[in-house]
Design a protein around this ligand. Structure first.
Ligand code: PLP
Length: 373
């Protein structure tokens, strides 16, 4: 039996999403930008999907821009905001590389975080002034699950850098948090379909009305010139179906998976000497279980877990293979040896109690073997 506990890396597609996209991969193959019957059919599907995505994100349909990934949404937000109004850019030190590297590409700086992974509001305040053009703080972190105090960030930015736009990467938050409410104050909100049961290679960016954004992809002028490129119709339709299902089941999923996560984390902490939980469980997403172990190398641990049928991650999937502690753990002040022994088990709507049981047995066993070696 395989225990898939890597839902922060990607999720299995929801049946609703697969079913919704199939016709657009087969007989409904039209390009929405044309003018004949097949094009009109495809355009209608894209616009209906836009309505669903807008409602799920608390936006107007005209504020939704479809993109090719969460990474592209983040890049469009940060680099596009800078392009429209060059100035200083600030992001939290625990952003995903899609925001972090985009911020670095425009000469931006990182704001420090506290030991629980939440952005340090005093330090952020000290970095803000009217020259700042964009501030990016994610809604929930991909490694340790910390939910950021976004409303406080927005208030701070409005007071100290009134011209700046607030960017939030809600890629990891969407499965667990009502993004429509939590990100209501942000100007630019990024999501990615494959983190909530949609397909890979499709995302969206909310661009609030009046927010100026320079395109980063130039071409045929789709998405009102904000993102050129032929529509991924099947992907967009499937993303909308996955969003609808996610929102409908979100409260129940948070309660059920949160209880599974608590059982997993508490069970591992009780069984393994020197295990520590990262962050503060009260302010992290329900699916995140992040632990560090003394005297254990995460890379070796992952190999043993893989052999035992447990799919897990040492940090974020995008940096796996790296032997330095992740920039997230470093920014949180986790000591280096602890950071090297970090394990992320991420649960999702499809996680079963049996999968939790498999991990509860496999992880302590693997750690005992590594410590004995
Ligand atoms: N932002 C966060 C917080 C993520 O976790 C990820 C994916 O790991 C991304 C952005 C990138 O999304 P995508 O995989 O769709 O490019």
């Amino acid at each position: 039996m395989l225990a898939y506990l890597d839902n922060a890396a990607t999720t299995p597609m929801r049946p609703e999403a697969v079913e919704a996209m199939l016709p657009y991969l087969t007989e409904r193959f039209g390009n929405p930008s044309g003018s004949h019957a097949l094009s009109r059919e495809a355009k209608k599907a894209v616009e209906e999907a836009r309505d669903v995505v807008a409602a799920a994100l608390g936006a107007a349909p005209g504020e939704v821009v479809f993109t090719g990934s969460g990474t592209e949404s983040d890049n469009l937000a940060v680099i596009g905001a800078y392009g429209a109004r060059p100035g200083a850019v600030v992001c939290s030190a625990v952003e995903h590389h899609a925001v972090l590297h985009a911020t670095e590409a425009v000469g931006g700086r990182r704001a420090p975080v506290r030991p629980d992974g939440a952005v340090d509001l005093d330090a952020l305040a000290a970095m803000l002034d009217p020259s700042v053009s964009a501030v990016a703080v994610m809604l929930a972190n991909n490694e340790v699950g910390t939910i950021q105090p976004l409303a406080d960030v927005v208030a701070l930015v409005r007071a100290r850098a009134p011209q700046a736009v607030v960017v939030t990467d809600a890629v990891q938050a969407f499965p667990w948090v009502d993004v429509a409410t939590a990100a209501a104050g942000a100007d630019l909100v990024a999501v990615s379909a494959h983190k909530f049961g949609g397909p890979k290679g499709v995302g969206a960016l909310v661009v609030r009305q009046g927010v100026k954004l320079a395109p980063i992809i130039h071409g045929g002028g789709q998405e009102r010139d904000r993102r050129s490129g032929t529509y991924n119709v099947a992907g967009i339709v499937a993303m909308a179906a996955a969003m609808q299902a996610t929102v409908a089941g979100r409260d129940a999923t948070v309660a059920r998976v949160g209880a599974q996560r608590d059982r997993l984390a508490d069970g591992l902490l009780a069984q393994i000497d020197g295990a520590l939980e990262t962050g503060d469980r009260a302010t992290k997403v329900a699916g995140n279980c992040h632990l560090t172990f003394e005297g254990v190398e995460a890379e070796a641990l992952l190999v043993l877990l893989d052999g035992a049928g447990v799919c897990a991650s040492a940090g974020s999937a995008c940096t796996s293979g790296a032997i330095e502690p992740s920039h997230v753990l470093e920014a949180m002040g986790v000591p280096r040896d602890r950071g090297l022994g970090a394990l992320r088990l991420s649960l999702g709507p499809s996680t079963t109690d049996d999968e939790v049981d498999v991990a509860l047995e496999a992880v302590p066993e693997a750690i005992a073997r590594l410590r004995a070696a």
